[in-house]
Design a protein around this ligand. Structure first.
Ligand SMILES: Nc1ncnc2c1ncn2[C@@H]1O[C@H](COP(=O)(O)OP(=O)(O)OP(=O)(O)O)[C@@H](O)[C@H]1O
Ligand SMILES: [Mg+2]
Length: 481
């Protein structure tokens, strides 16, 4: 009997203890006393550990600014732990609704890295790193590397992206061949009408490239990746490049081959590009089709290989655009020179609905079935053309749709069948040619005279190419065909 009684008493006291502990935890969390307890616990723990201190002064002996101090400060201010310190200063950032937290003097920030508890004390113009001696050998160097990469990433985002364009080398001294302006193109993957699975594949391809430094070095390959965006004019290639740059927070080097004097000049231009950048050559097919060019094909091939040295090919994405790739030397298109081919087709009904939603705010409309039927019959226009019509009639969505329908019926007749890459190919077979990672073997050939004379529509359907800053006649495309 007594055993039962003792057992019962033991269970009861266990239950009461659990309830008391639970209540104590609730009170500590609700009142914030938990932080004081944790602090006290840490100070008791500290008594059982030997610590090492590393000072990061703001200025060195020569009173020059210590870059590491700035990086550590950027890193600490990016930590969520900063909100846990007793005193933190709040400032408005560059953007109106941005609030930036700055550490108060003599405040301590706790951090942990690779399981080690690390703290920083913000003394007057010096940041003091406090780390357990037992953790130092394992943690210190990777921790400082981590601070470097986080603060560099933070600085890049803050500095804003740059667009570099190459200028003609008048003096022949090869100095300063790139001029830069802030890159503010608003395009994002969300604003591009493209099949979402293709868009997601590209985004994950870009994301995994940006994190793949060790992988490329293990393979002994230059850490670069190249994309070919090809398709008719006005299908979003340049906008997509802007979306890639914004997605990766990479600068853009827009390389105009017509301003390059020769092969070595081209190499020199590549040498002057920086890491984390997109090096873009638009309308490469057009340049290659010219009879005499200042840059030779081997010059372009070695540029594409980025083999000059890993220092100038590293962490760069090369993007080439073409309207057509069937006339281009296959050596240009082989994997390693062009790793990913992305086809930009003329509009189909899905892309049309995306544009109708973006430009007119229409998710559905009674005229949609008529539009879908016209697309199914093979008519099509480029997203630029449809976008222009929608913008011009954005105050009346119905009028905009009627204008698009009229344009599809008069201009788009049959062009959908010419939809390069995705549609009928030479042998007429409908072979989807969407590649990402694998260059396509089959290419569609534009049918002769399949596009009606568009003179009567010329004044109506002008498509401005953002690169050539001039509108170009849709007719000219037929001659190219
Ligand atoms: N797929 C698309 N989704 C959204 N907008 C598009 C798309 N394609 C084109 N546009 C719009 O059409 C205009 C021209 O697009 P862009 O300059 O990207 O075409 P492009 O393919 O580069 O043309 P080109 O081959 O003549 O240089 C841009 O304002 C862009 O917003
Ligand atoms: Mg373009």
């Amino acid at each position: 009997m007594t055993i039962l009684y003792n057992l019962f008493f033991l269970l009861f006291s266990l239950l009461v203890t659990c309830i008391l502990l639970f209540l104590l935890r609730v009170v500590l969390i609700k009142t914030g006393l938990i932080y004081i307890v944790k602090k006290k616990w840490r100070s008791i723990e500290d008594c059982f550990h030997v610590y090492q201190f590393f000072k990061v002064p703001e200025f060195n002996e020569g009173m020059q600014r210590n870059q590491l101090y700035h990086k550590v400060l950027v890193y600490l201010n990016s930590l969520t732990f900063i909100e846990d310190s007793d005193f933190t200063n709040l400032f408005t950032g560059k953007k109106p609704n941005e609030i930036v937290l700055h550490l108060d003097p003599n405040q301590i920030i706790e951090d942990d890295f690779l399981g080690a508890k690390i703290s920083w004390i913000n003394e007057d113009k010096t940041l003091v790193l406090k780390i357990r001696k037992a953790d130092k050998r394992r943690v210190l160097r990777p921790y400082l590397q981590h601070i470097h990469s986080v603060s560099d990433e933070f600085d890049d985002k803050k500095r804003g992206l740059k667009l570099y364009v190459n200028v003609v080398d008048h003096q022949g001294d090869r100095k300063e061949r790139w001029r830069s302006v802030p890159f503010t193109h608003p395009s994002s993957f969300e604003t591009i009408a493209m099949e979402s699975d293709l868009k997601n594949k590209v985004k994950s391809d870009l994301y995994s490239f940006a994190k793949a430094k060790q992988y490329y070095h293990r393979l002994g390959r230059v850490w670069k990746r190249s994309y070919l965006l090809y398709g008719p004019s006005g299908t979003g290639k340049s906008s997509f490049i802007a979306a890639m740059a914004n997605f990766l927070s990479y600068d853009v080097y827009d390389l105009d081959l017509s301003k390059v004097s020769d092969d070595s000049d081209l190499k020199f231009l590549l040498l002057q590009t920086t890491t984390k950048s997109l090096v873009v050559i638009e309308d490469l097919d057009r340049y290659l089709s010219e009879k005499s060019t200042a840059v030779s094909l081997p010059g372009i091939l070695s540029f594409m290989d980025g083999i000059l040295s890993s220092s100038c090919g590293e962490e760069r994405i090369m993007v080439f655009t073409m309207n057509r790739k069937d006339h281009v030397d296959p050596a240009i298109l082989r994997p390693g020179r062009i790793d990913v081919h992305i086809h930009f087709p003329l509009c189909n009904f899905t892309a049309f609905k995306t544009l109708a939603n973006s430009y007119l705010g229409l998710k559905d409309h009674k005229l949609f079935p008529q539009v879908e039927e016209i697309f199914q019959k093979g008519a099509s226009l480029s997203p630029a053309e449809i976008g222009e019509l929608m913008i011009a009639n954005r105050n009346s969505p119905s009028r905009a749709l009627k204008t698009v329908i009229n344009a599809l019926q008069t201009d788009g007749d049959g062009r959908g069948a010419l939809n390069l890459g995705r549609g009928s190919c030479e042998n007429g077979s409908r072979k989807p040619v969407e590649e990402i990672g694998e260059p396509s073997g089959v290419f569609c050939k534009e049918g002769a005279n399949a596009v009606k004379e568009l003179k009567k529509l010329y004044g109506f359907l002008r498509v401005k190419s953002c690169r050539k800053s001039q509108s170009f006649d849709l007719n000219s495309r037929q001659n190219e065909g």
